[in-house]
Unconditional design. Sequence first.
Length: 545
Amino acid sequence: MNGAAKGAIVGGVFLAMVGGAGYGVYTLVDDAGGDGGGAGGDTTVQAAKAGSGPVTDKEAAQTAKAFLAAWAAGDARAAAELTNNVQAAQTAVADYRAKAYVSKAVITPGTQTGTTIPFSVAAEVTYEGAAKPLAYESKLTVVRGATSGKPLVDWQPSVLHPQLQKDEKLRAGAPAAPPVKAVDRNGEELSAEKYPSLRPVLDELRQTYGGKAGGKPGAELWIEPATEGAPKRTLLTLAEGEPSTLKTYLDAKVQAAAERAVAKYPQSSVVAVQSSNGHVLAVANHRTDGYNAAMWGARAPGSTMKIVTGAMLLDRGVVAADRPAECVKEAQWGGRTFHNLNNFELPGASFATAFAKSCNTAFIKEIDDVRDDTALSREAREVFGIGLDWKTGVKSVDGKVPEASGAAAAAAYIGQGQVTMNPLNVASITATARSGRFHQPLLVPADLDGRTVATAARPMKPSVQRQLLSMMRLTATSGTGAAAMSSVGGDKGAKTGSAEVDGAGSPDSWFAGYSDDVAAAAMVEAGGHGGDAAGPIVASVLSAS
């Protein structure tokens, strides 16, 4: 490969001085391009000397100027020595040219705010004759060196590119996995541009199946993940490859509704599945960190867990939907006192009403009659398939319902303590209640790669299912889920949940619901009560199915 094809950052740096803080425009010049001499050729800019106390604005300005000029000049060592992590910074700056193939870039500093200096980069990436522009904005912050006392750039990978996280790398070339054209169950293409929430899912599908489906790689700029085997994140396509077509069980119409629904609530996630077969119809997230919490999350599910707890209590015969339940203001177990929301009580209520109104104490009061610390964990695993190592076709995190005793057991009954779930898990729990049998969620067909699909030990007893669904229908029509589910048609049921999280000012909002053959679950971090935030998300998805 010749020098022009690889791209380079050598030669001088052009400083076009602008007013204000005395910054300039720093240009990376390739060895086939300009002369880099626009400012006279001398690119040496000294950082401020060692000092003490907080970094001053002037010191920050001088250090940022020196660092950006060294980066632009391709002097990785000089740039790195102006940071508080010389080794990491030197490798990253050097790789910007050598492994990300940035052949040209103009770095333009913005308006300084204290010790933070924003800047924009207008670059060109060149690989084997293919070149594409790349533009982004980033920032750096100057701190006092812990041992040297010098003002130094606080090195973070995001200085180089804002999407880089810890230990991630910027790379360009021919990716190992060819592109794939993912389509929904009706053959409609699913692109990250049209369905942004699917980006991590589509990246993983490509990583897993791109090499098996017959496509040919092109040339790209991507983010190399820190974890081995994790999917790469494509930033720029330099030359189109030949994608293979990959059929998924997703439904474009339901996915679009899910994307719109989560967009209304920050830190929210939702999953929809088909109850009769476990096919995943939609996965959507609205998060600042890009994390696929819908499938990877592990947080307390709150009272949505009462679907499982209720099934277990019905299964054991200690309750019945139409029998009285003791819904008092508070209940004690294992030395801990548990309360209902606002200490409400329901004298003379049936168990179905206690479920529909989400009475915590009515569930905790039954622990003594169960007399088995393994009962809830076994019900979750044997009937609902929780913890059976689901292989959906992409990465997913299994729900956890550990065996517990004392106060931990009481907390588990109401979805707190050591119980953890994500919307995928809770959507599947809801689907199991609806169909009476666990169907492991699947995003792509299992025969695509011959993976083993998990099966539960036993179906739900018909009498248990009948009562459980009657309680979920009551929740959706006159209980805590009624307001959210009012717009949903068909045979419908629901369960709300609010999960207290240590240190959070507001509980996580959870909601599970079904309509006919579609089940969905949503979670909004710090969203409050289940029906307030997560409920409308689920209702929107169910109405679109």
